[in-house]
Design a protein around this ligand. Structure first.
Ligand code: NDP
Ligand code: MG
Length: 360
C-alpha cells in the first residue's frame, strides 16, 4: 500500500490519478490532498476517498509542515505553474519521492532542485509523458547519445502565422490528442510546452541542449525515444493517456495492470516532422534561453504564465504571446541562480516586468 499526497487533486492530472486510485484501492491510499479555487470540490473528493489531510492553497501555509503531517511514501505534484515549486522543494528536503507532473518546478528549480533530491535521497519520477518515456527507454543507462523529444504539434500544426492571427481561446484549448488543464493546453498550442519540456529533460537527465531533438509527431503514439551509442533507438509506445505515466511513477519500479487500451499496430501510420520555427517562435526563444540558462528559463516561465493568463482572459491575441515572450527575453540580463531565494526573486521580477508590457 503506497501512501500518496496528491497536490492539485481537482485538476486534470489530479482527476486521472483519483480514477487510478479508485480502481486500485489495495495499492494506494491518499493521505493528503490540495486544491486552490475548487476547495469545495476537494472536500467532496476527500469524503469519497477518506483523505485525512486537506490543504487549501489560497491561504497561508507551509508546504513542508503539510507534507510532514501527511507522512507520505510519495508526493504527486499536479499543481499547475510556478506555484508547484515550493511543494517540490519541500518533498526534496524531506527526502520523499516525488512523482512530478508540475514541470514548471524543474524549469525554475533547475539544478538547485535536483541537488536537494540528491542530497536527501528522494527520487524525482517524471509524470510528463515524454519524460516518463525517456525515463523508461533509458532504464538507468548512461551510454546514450541523444533524446528525441516528441511533440504532437498542438492544434495548430501545419498552420502559418497569418492563419494564427485570429485564433480564439476555444480553438487554442481544443488539443487534438490530450484533454488537459487550460494553461498547458495553451502552452501546447504555442509550443511553449515543448520549451519547458526541453529544460525539464535537461535537468532530469543531465542533458545538454544539443542532446535533445524536438520531433513533431502528430499521432502522439511514440512518447519519446532515446538513441544509444551504438545508434540503436528505443522508443516508448502507447495510445495517448496520462494514466500510464502516472501509474508508473506511483508504482515505480513496478508496472501494474491498467485499463489503458493496447496499441494496435495494424494499418498504423506514424509520421515525424521538423518543427516550424518561423511560426512557433517559442522554439527560437528556446535557443536563446538554452544558451544562457540560469535565470533565463525562470524568466521565460514566469512571463509565459502571465501572457497565457491574459490570453485566456481574452486580453491578448494568440500571436501576441510570441511577441511579448520575445520582448521579455530580449530585455533580460544574465544572472546566475545560486540560491532557492534567488529563484523566487527572479520569478517575481519577471512577472512584474511582464505585467508592465501589458499596460503599454
Ligand atoms: P489543471 O489546471 O487541470 O489543474 C491544476 C491544479 O492545480 C488544480 O488542482 C488547481 O486547483 C491547482 N492549482 C491551481 N493554481 C494553484 C496555485 N496557485 N497553488 C496551488 N495549487 C494550484 O492542470 P493539469 O492537471 O492539466 O496540469 C497540472 C500540471 O501537470 C502542470 O504543471 C502541467 O504542465 C502538468 N502536466 C499536465 C498534463 C496533462 O495531461 N494535464 C500532462 C503533462 C504535464 P483548483 O482546481 O482547486 O483551482
Ligand atoms: Mg508532455
Amino acid at each position: 500500500m503506497r501512501k500518496i499526497v496528491l497536490l492539485g487533486a481537482t485538476g486534470s492530472i489530479g482527476r486521472t490519478t483519483l480514477d487510478l486510485v479508485r480502481r486500485n484501492p489495495e495499492k494506494f491510499q491518499i493521505v493528503g490532498a490540495s486544491a486552490h479555487s475548487n476547495f469545495g470540490e476537494l472536500e467532496k473528493i476527500a469524503s469519497k476517498f477518506q483523505i485525512p489531510n486537506l490543504l487549501d492553497t489560497r491561504g497561508e501555509f507551509s508546504a513542508t509542515e503539510f507534507l510532514k503531517k501527511c507522512e507520505p511514501d510519495i508526493v504527486l505534484n499536479a499543481v499547475s505553474g510556478f506555484s508547484g515549486l515550493k511543494f517540490s522543494i519541500a518533498a526534496g528536503e524531506l527526502g520523499v519521492d516525488l512523482a512530478l507532473a508540475n514541470k514548471e518546478s524543474l524549469v525554475a528549480g533547475g539544478e538547485l532542485l535536483t541537488e536537494i533530491f540528491r542530497k536527501n535521497g528522494g527520487k524525482i519520477l517524471p509524470v510528463d509523458s515524454e519524460h516518463s518515456a525517456i525515463f523508461q527507454c533509458l532504464a538507468g543507462r548512461s551510454d546514450f547519445e541523444k533524446i528525441f523529444l516528441t511533440c504532437s504539434g498542438g492544434p495548430f500544426f501545419g498552420k502559418n502565422s497569418a492563419e494564427l492571427s485570429q485564433i480564439s481561446v476555444e480553438q487554442a484549448l481544443a488539443h487534438p490528442r490530450w484533454k488537459m488543464g487550460a494553461k498547458i493546453s495553451v502552452d501546447s498550442a504555442t509550443l511553449a510546452n515543448k520549451v519547458l519540456e526541453v529544460f525539464e529533460a535537461m535537468h532530469l537527465f543531465s542533458l545538454r541542449r544539443d542532446q535533445i531533438e524536438i520531433l513533431i509527431h502528430p499521432q502522439s503514439i511514440v512518447h519519446s525515444m532515446v538513441q544509444f551509442r551504438d545508434s540503436s533507438v528505443i522508443a516508448q509506445i502507447s495510445p495517448p493517456t496520462m494514466e500510464l505515466p502516472i501509474s508508473l511513477a506511483l508504482n515505480f519500479p513496478e508496472k501494474i495492470d491498467t485499463d489503458c487500451p493496447c496499441q494496435n499496430f495494424k494499418n498504423l501510420n506514424l509520421s515525424f516532422f521538423e518543427p516550424d520555427l518561423e511560426t512557433f517562435r517559442t522554439l527560437k526563444i528556446l535557443e536563446i534561453c538554452a544558451e544562457k540558462m540560469q535565470n533565463f528559463p525562470i524568466v521565460f516561465n514566469a512571463a509565459n504564465e502571465i501572457f497565457v493568463a491574459e490570453f485566456l482572459a481574452g486580453n491578448l491575441k494568440f500571436l501576441q504571446i510570441f511577441e511579448l515572450l520575445e520582448r521579455a527575453i530580449s530585455e533580460t540580463k544574465f544572472e546566475s541562480v545560486d540560491s532557492i531565494k534567488k529563484i523566487f526573486e527572479i520569478d517575481e521580477r519577471a512577472r512584474k516586468m511582464a505585467i508592465t508590457f501589458l499596460k503599454k
